[in-house]
Design a protein around this ligand. Structure first.
Ligand code: HEC
Ligand code: HEC
Length: 139
C-alpha cells in the first residue's frame, strides 16, 4: 500500500513536470512572436523591439508607426507584419546598411540597433528628419 502511494506521488510529479515543460515550449517568457522579421533576430524580445521601433526609428526619423506600417484590412489599427508600405521596405534596407556600417567600418562583431553596442545609428544621419538630404519633392 505504502509503495503504491509513493508511486502515485512520483507519477503525479512526472505529470506536473511534463505539463510545465509543455507550457514553456509554447511561449518563452520574452519571445515577441513576430512573424516577418528579415533583418532583426527572429526571437527578439518585446521590450527590445519596442526600444528599436520607438526609441530608434520613431525618434530618429520624427515619424509615427504608421509612416512605415500599413493599416489592418478592417481599418482598425496597424498590420505590423505587412510589407505593403514601401517606407517599411526602405527602412529595412536602411537597417541593413546601418548594421553593415557598424560591422565593416567600426569593427563591431554583432551590432544591434537600440542598444549601446553600436556607433552609427539612424539618428547619426537623420537627426529627427525623415529626409536628411532635404525635402523629398526636391529630389
Ligand atoms: C522607419 C520605419 C518604421 C517605423 C517608424 C516603425 N517601424 Fe516597426 N518595423 C519596421 C521594419 C523595417 C520592420 C521589419 C524589421 C525586419 O525585417 O527585421 C518592423 C517590424 C515591426 C514589428 C514586427 C512585425 C512582425 O511580426 O514581423 C512590430 C510589432 C513593429 N514593427 C511595431 C512598430 C511600432 C509599434 C511602431 C511605432 C511605435 C513602429 N513599428 C514604427 C519599420 C518601422
Ligand atoms: C548614412 C546615413 C543614414 C543612416 C545611418 C540612415 N539613413 Fe535613412 N536616409 C538617409 C538619407 C540620405 C535618406 C534620404 C534618401 C532620399 O531622399 O531618397 C534617408 C531616408 C530614409 C527613409 C525615407 C525613405 C522614403 O523615401 O520614404 C527612411 C524610412 C529611412 N531613411 C529609414 C532609416 C532607418 C530606420 C535608419 C536606421 C536603421 C536609417 N534610415 C539610417 C541616410 C541614412
Amino acid at each position: 500500500m505504502k509503495i503504491n502511494i509513493k508511486l502515485a506521488v512520483v507519477l503525479a510529479l512526472c505529470g506536473l513536470v511534463t505539463l510545465m515543460t509543455a507550457a514553456t515550449n509554447i511561449s518563452k517568457p520574452d519571445d515577441g512572436d513576430f512573424t516577418n522579421l528579415q533583418v532583426l533576430p527572429k526571437d527578439i524580445s518585446k521590450p527590445a523591439m519596442n526600444e528599436i521601433m520607438v526609441g530608434e526609428f520613431e525618434d530618429a526619423l520624427g515619424v509615427s508607426c504608421r509612416f512605415c506600417h500599413a493599416p489592418n484590412k478592417d481599418g482598425d489599427g496597424l498590420d505590423y507584419a505587412s510589407d505593403a508600405k514601401p517606407e517599411k521596405q526602405i527602412a529595412r534596407q536602411m537597417l541593413r546598411m546601418t548594421l553593415n556600417l557598424n560591422r565593416d567600418y567600426f569593427k563591431i562583431d554583432t551590432p544591434m540597433v537600440g542598444t549601446g553596442n553600436i556607433v552609427v545609428t539612424c539618428n547619426t544621419c537623420h537627426k529627427g528628419e525623415t529626409f536628411p538630404d532635404g525635402d523629398p519633392a526636391k529630389n
